[in-house]
Design a protein around this ligand. Sequence first.
Ligand code: ADP
Ligand code: MG
Length: 305
Amino acid sequence: MTQPAIQIKGLRKTYQGGKEALKGVDLDVPRGAVFGLLGPNGAGKSTMINILAGLVTKTSGSVGIWGWDQDRNPRQSRASIGVMPQELNLDPFFTPRGALEVQAGLYGVPKAQRRSDEILEMVGLSDKAEAYARTLSGGMRRRLLLAKALVHSPQVLVLDEPTAGVDIELRQMLWANVRKLNREQGVTIILTTHYLEEAEEMCDEIAIINHGTLIARDSTANLLGQLDAKTMIILPDEKPAQLPEAAGVSVDVREDGSLALSYNAKETSPESVLGAVHTAGIRIRDVRTEQANLEDVFLDLTRGA
Ligand code: ADP
Ligand code: MG
């Protein structure tokens, strides 16, 4: 049977000083997936990713990368994964081409197999190939970090908050690159993001981590389908004299004048919501419902934790 791309068992990390960043995480990421690791700030995402990357040593547990145990086969497991870190840690005295050559050297990629030009082209840095890193903009540095993660053609590419604070253009470029690597080259992608819309759009499967513990792991579709929170959007014929009132229904007036009625589908029926609208004397010009999004799932799962 084929091994998962990533297999994590009982992973724990306690930092010096006693902070327990990971409290026993089990997680499999299937080959070929675009997998989202989500969680609030401080949840342990970067810790997990940096352990995968070999940048942070785990306290206990096991990590398998492309079937290679990180402790027993460190060389093979390291060769199977490329990581684009959250921090912009670039040597300011290297040019993009120089940085890729050094990285290729570190990973033992023979000169004849190096693809520096191709990779620079892919991330749109060809014309900056000889510029010093310190002269590159923040966006260009991010692209260079992606390029560095790709020099050894890893089967698994991990991106830690790749689009935090970047402009829309760069974000689209990064996602286009990621999709292409996944679809055309079959690269397994693991990404963390706190833009839940982005995860919803990009990821087939999602794990949610909070306070160092995995609290959800499912397909994106299943996660979105599990919520009972529903929203009915009513466009009234004219500005209502009074708002609908019903137990278990909260009403929000939107900018376009529509009323967003939120309720729990387990406790409140759509008829009673519509009944309240009717009782308030509101004539309905249009009505639609809104699906829960990942943001709702996320808040639901992390609330009170
Ligand atoms: P995330 O990436 O989800 O925001 P991190 O993995 O960076 O979370 O951090 C998880 C927890 O571990 C946080 O409480 C953070 O302060 C702590 N932490 C992270 N790195 C270190 C470190 N080098 N030393 C001590 N504590 C750390
Ligand atoms: Mg982080």
